[in-house]
Design a protein around this ligand. Structure first.
Ligand code: NAD
Length: 736
């Protein structure tokens, strides 16, 4: 068999150098062909007496990005087919056999009798790092930018090729569980400290250092295969074990609320596996992996957080035929809270920035924000001083609009006031080039109406960032009625250039994300008015999978902002458009008690100078009714908090605000942390089934009012048993 992914060179000392360099790919990934070739090489090395050992490295900048996840999608289809034709048992057997192949291959490498060294020349993740763990020694090229990790948990899986067992035999069980459950990508120095990498060497000495280990007599066995091996934390059934596993279980529950089957599986495989010899432990891991592959959570998370996100990042929604935009200079008008940070992320992407504000002082203040942010990175060792100076040199601060003359794109982030925006647009267009695209970061004003202020509305688009801009990965691109393809493509190219994930949303009050979020916050307010204890609202929200409770979230985004939006909605759409109970609560909090949220240290919570925030005791005064906590239906509260958001997402689809289901799902997880285990707002409905979802909505509508009324689209879907992904299958046909 001739290899296309690997090159094998044997030197005069009989050491094989295996270089992994998959053709036509920017990074190495594991797929069936890679496994087949590697298996052949392992056998060659094992069988050839002239080969003393092997060093495996990569011919690319990085070592390996992990497994090709489309492989799992194919496997899942095969499984369904075998179950249909030959029954459940045969299907499960197929899934087990196929999904344990990589684990068996690595075990064969580990026990082949020849020493293997991983020469890690760059980032290595997931199955790529599991390969390194199976090797008998790991040397890495020292590079502060390289990362290693087992991030499978982030897409609803866990390391299933021996990762859980080897990691748990290399470090204390508590540390191993943290590493596996967090799925963080860590720096090499940290990995060395954790002893999961043996040596860090300069890049040009990497292969030599790896070979030297073999020449110096490196043994072809890992510690757990040597007689007398002891687990770092002692046996599971020991004093140490008892100090670890019961509290770890409590931490696991606190962090996940048992919503993530893969996280639970990690707890289980480590606990069970550490009581067994390696070969049996690996079988336990493979069985759990097979089980997890079949969970709807894994399927939904892989789809949204890997497949869809990658597709959107690569421009799935980009209008075809528009040449790619390049950005030499981007103008930002309004160097305030948002504008300053937008300037920072733009400059970070290597693009020159002109930051404009009303006067030089305000513009300089905006620029100083970038210095603060990049200095934090320098202090954490994530950037160098030279990078800081280069970044600062890319930002020009000014009060002179003519500086915008040669910008390819201008984004305004001035006050949320129609008059100010209108003046800004007029002043900018007087100096802009005739091909430049103008974007607004407004959160509430319709893009279509703002575009009316611009002489060429086809070149006007919404680019809506979330705060804090430097951390939030989602950007909503708002297409006004007259926004042209070039403006849309430019906005998408810009978001790609700053390495964030875009979703394209048609113009609507609140666009997409804020519509869902406002419903979530409102539901928290209404539960409070019904008499549900505030602490219960907050805890139940986290049990349902939200990162923060609705009252905390309201404090973060500011109560006075919510109050202003409510008043504006009432003024524009009439009193029926707002909820009287919510209006009363916000008026009491904001107008009568000056509680604006975290920003003034008092909202639903108090924020003492030192110590954690606490629910404000004065809330008792505002809660006229109190329900008996023991009689409250927790499952219903959880469903209410998620379904008000999912219903809004479904309405966005029904109204054509969202035209691609992937965007509602990815947007809801990245934009407001919607229960990631569900795969997003629409996947939540698909997972439950539209029939059951609509039935529950009907019950909630009866008990709590019309905000739970399912849109016609959903009732129709329920009648037919449709899913969003079945009915609105995303793909090239819908892409543009
Ligand atoms: P901000 O008040 O912090 O900043 C506005 C800046 O615009 C100020 O520095 C002000 O001096 C400047 N400015 C006002 N008029 C100007 C003019 N004519 N020319 C130049 N500069 C001018 O406000 P912000 O929170 O950064 O919000 C800005 C925009 O971003 C608003 O449209 C808001 O709706 C939107 N937005 C805000 C958030 C958020 O979380 N704050 C999130 C998404 C979008």
């Amino acid at each position: 068999m001739s290899n296309i992914h690997f090159k094998l060179d044997i030197d005069a000392d009989g050491i094989a150098l295996v270089t992994w360099d998959s053709p036509g790919r920017s990074m190495n990934v594991i797929d069936p062909k890679v496994m087949e070739e590697l298996a052949g090489i392992v056998e060659t090395v094992a069988a050839d007496a002239a080969i003393k050992g092997a060093v495996i490295t990569s011919g690319k900048d990085t070592f390996c990005a992990g497994a090709d996840l489309t492989m799992l999608e194919t496997l899942s289809r095969e499984f369904t087919e075998v179950v249909r034709r030959q029954g459940e048992e045969k299907g499960t057997q197929l899934l087990y056999d196929e999904s344990s192949r990589l684990s068996k291959l690595y075990r064969r490498l580990e026990t082949s009798g020849k020493p293997w060294v991983a020469a890690i020349n760059g980032m290595t993740l997931g199955g790529g790092f599991e390969l390194c763990l199976a090797c008998h020694h790991r040397v890495a090229a020292d590079n502060p930018k390289s990362r290693i990790g087992l991030p499978e948990i982030k897409i609803g899986l866990f390391p299933g090729a021996g990762g859980t067992q080897r990691i748990a035999r290399m470090m204390m069980p508590g540390d191993a569980l943290q590493f596996l459950l967090k799925g963080d990508q860590i720096r090499l120095s940290q990995a060395k400290g954790m002893k999961i990498i043996d040596a860090l060497v300069p890049a040009d000495g990497l292969i030599e250092a790896a070979k030297k280990w073999i020449r110096d007599g490196g043994k072809p066995s890992n510690p757990w295969d040597v007689e007398g091996f002891r687990l770092p934390g002692g046996p599971v059934y020991s004093k140490g074990g008892m100090m670890t596993f019961p509290p770890a279980n409590a931490i696991y529950r606190r962090e996940t609320y048992d919503n993530y089957p893969a996280a639970r599986a990690i707890m289980q495989v480590v606990y069970e596996g550490l009581q067994l010899p390696m070969d049996l432990a690996l079988r336990v891991e493979s069985r759990w992996f097979t089980k997890i592959l079949r969970t709807p959570e894994a399927a939904a998370m892989i789809r949204s957080l890997f497949v869809s996100m990658q597709e959107l990042n690569k421009g799935a929604r980009r209008p075809q035929g528009v040449p790619p935009a390049s950005f030499k200079k981007v103008g930002i008008i309004g160097a305030g809270f948002m504008g300053a940070s937008i300037g920072y992320v733009t400059a970070l992407a290597g693009i020159d920035v002109v930051l404009i504000d009303r006067d030089q002082e305000a513009a300089d203040k905006g620029k100083a924000h970038s210095r603060k942010l990049i200095t934090e990175q320098v202090n954490r060792g994530r950037a160098t001083s030279a990078e800081r100076e280069a970044l600062m040199a890319r930002i020009a601060a000014s009060s002179d609009y003519t500086a915008l003359g040669d910008c390819d794109l201008v984004i305004e982030a001035v006050f949320e006031d129609r008059k100010v925006k209108s003046e800004t647009i007029k002043k900018a267009q007087a100096v802009l080039g005739k091909n430049a695209i103008f974007a607004s970061n407004t959160s509430t004003l319709p893009i279509t109406s703002l575009a009316g202020e611009f002489n060429d509305p086809a070149r006007f688009v919404g680019i809506h960032f979330f705060s804090p801009v430097e951390r939030m990965m989602l950007v909503e691109i708002i297409r006004g009625k007259q926004t042209g393809d070039k403006a849309l493509a430019t906005a998408l190219d810009f978001v790609r250039a700053i390495r964030k994930t875009p979703i394209v949303v048609n113009d609507s009050r609140g666009f997409f994300a804020n519509r869902c979020v406002l419903n979530y916050i409102q539901e928290g307010h209404l539960m409070f008015m019904e008499g549900v204890p505030a602490a219960m609202i907050e805890n139940v929200a986290r049990m349902a999978g939200m990162p923060v409770g609705p009252l905390s979230l309201n404090d973060e985004v500011a109560l006075d902002l919510g109050w202003r939006i409510l008043k504006a909605t009432e003024a524009d759409l009439g009193p029926k458009a707002v909820n009287a109970q919510q209006k009363w609560l916000l008026q009491e909090m904001v107008e009568k008690r000056g509680r604006n949220g975290r920003k003034n240290g008092k909202g639903f919570y108090d924020y003492p100078q030192s110590g954690p925030k606490r629910l404000w005791p004065g809330l008792a005064e505002l809660q006229k009714k109190r329900l008996d906590p023991d009689k409250i239906d927790i499952a219903e509260l959880k469903h209410r908090l998620l379904s008000v958001q999912s219903l809004e997402a479904a309405r966005c689809v029904a109204e054509g605000v969202i035209t691609d289901v992937r965007e509602a799902d990815v947007g809801s997880i990245l934009g407001f942390g919607f229960a990631p285990f569900s795969g997003g707002t629409l996947s939540y409905i698909d997972m439950m089934g539209s029939k059951r979802f609509v039935k529950l909505c009907k019950q909630l509508e009866k008990a709590h009012g019309p905000r739970f009324r399912a849109p016609k689209l959903l009732t129709e879907m329920a009648e037919k048993g449709d899913t969003f992904y079945g009915r609105f299958a995303p793909g090239p046909a819908r892409a543009a």
